[in-house]
Design a protein around this ligand. Structure first.
Ligand code: PMV
Length: 327
């Protein structure tokens, strides 16, 4: 048996624009997916998943094409199964054990599809645990690359390296195209607001792509996000949280202009601003899900608790460590 965990993330800056080669700065947070893997002798894959959005379910199947017969929505099943299948395919490929099967148990405190990188965390932890179960240890870079390929395939080419690299290595990172590296970040007083929903990443990415093709000013908006990110990196390096917050506000406004915010995300962002947070923005694909605010005081959390549309609010520590090998 092998057990690994991997963290989720927030985007401090740069989602969506990163798809077009602009830099982005995601930051790993101490909310983790834990994946326990045990080799099976019959070559089958059995997955048991428990997390915030899926009531526990178990499926057993020999091939990816069999439809699991369980009582949760097909789109959630597809999401969970697609990523696990993809991760196990990478494990079969990297170890050369083409017919190997596993029992996989997933436990996660990262809401699904809410902009906190739940799928990347599951994929990173699953690849790490399953390769170790077979006696291999992947370096973080290789692990990040294999996890990226999984997301890229499952999301049909609509994936940057940001989530998977950040989850594999931890800390704050800078991603620009294929270049990913750790960057210095000060202690960040991260507060998260969650509207209980999820956005459709594929649809949101396609929407931005269409706007960018139709309007030059939309393409300029994407480039401007890149400039905000570059300023944000300087502010992070200088430890200037006020400036980081101001730039997060700017980044949110630009994402909103690109049509990827929502009423509940905007309401939570405004609650944080009214509570004098340094800044606030949506995180991830948008459409619904989470916002990230910076506030060392209790004020933003209190304000979010009373914000219609906000289901949950919590603080998140930066996760210094990416994948953790627990057993
Ligand atoms: O919502 P998430 O965590 O899947 O983030 C999506 C971020 C995008 O920039 C919109 C797409 C990507 O893969 O970078």
């Amino acid at each position: 048996m092998a057990l690994s965990s991997a963290p989720g993330k927030v985007y401090l800056f740069g989602e969506h624009a990163v798809v077009y080669g602009e830099p982005a700065v995601p930051c790993a947070i101490e909310r983790r997916a834990r994946v326990d893997v045990e080799r099976r002798t019959d070559g089958k894959l059995r997955v048991h998943a428990e997390d915030l959005t899926l009531d526990g379910f178990t499926v057993e199947y020999g091939t990816a094409t069999e439809r699991p017969d369980v009582d949760v929505s097909q789109s959630l099943i597809r999401a969970a199964m697609g990523y696990v299948d993809g991760a196990i395919e990478q494990v079969r490929d990297v170890t050369g054990e083409a017919d190997v099967g596993f029992d996989v148990t997933i436990e996660s405190d990262i809401p699904l599809g809410a902009g906190l990188g739940s799928s990347a965390a599951v994929v990173v932890a699953a690849i790490d645990a399953a390769t170790r179960e077979l006696g291999y240890e992947l370096e973080p870079d290789e692990l990040a690359e294999r996890a990226f390929r999984t997301e890229y395939e499952v999301q049909e080419g609509q994936a940057s390296r940001a989530d998977t690299f950040c989850s594999a290595t931890g800390g704050a990172v800078r991603v620009e195209g294929e270049n990913c590296r750790a960057i210095e970040a000060p202690d960040l007083p991260i507060v998260i607001g969650f509207d209980g929903g999820a956005g459709d990443t594929g649809k949101l990415v396609a929407g931005v792509r269409a706007l960018r093709e139709e309007y030059e000013f939309a393409a300029d908006t994407v480039e401007t996000i890149g400039n905000v990110v570059r300023n944000g990196e300087d502010a992070l390096a200088a430890g200037d949280l006020e400036e980081v917050g101001r730039l997060m506000n700017f980044n949110h406004g630009l994402l909103s202009a690109l049509g990827v915010s929502s009423r509940s995300l905007d309401a939570m962002v405004w609650a944080a601003r009214d509570a004098d947070a340094y800044g606030a923005k949506l995180t991830g694909a948008g459409g619904g899900g989470c916002i990230v605010a910076l506030d060392p005081t209790e004020a933003t959390e209190t304000a979010l608790k009373f914000t219609p549309g906000c289901e949950e609010t919590f603080r998140a520590e930066l996760a210094e460590e990416g994948v953790k090998r627990l057993e």
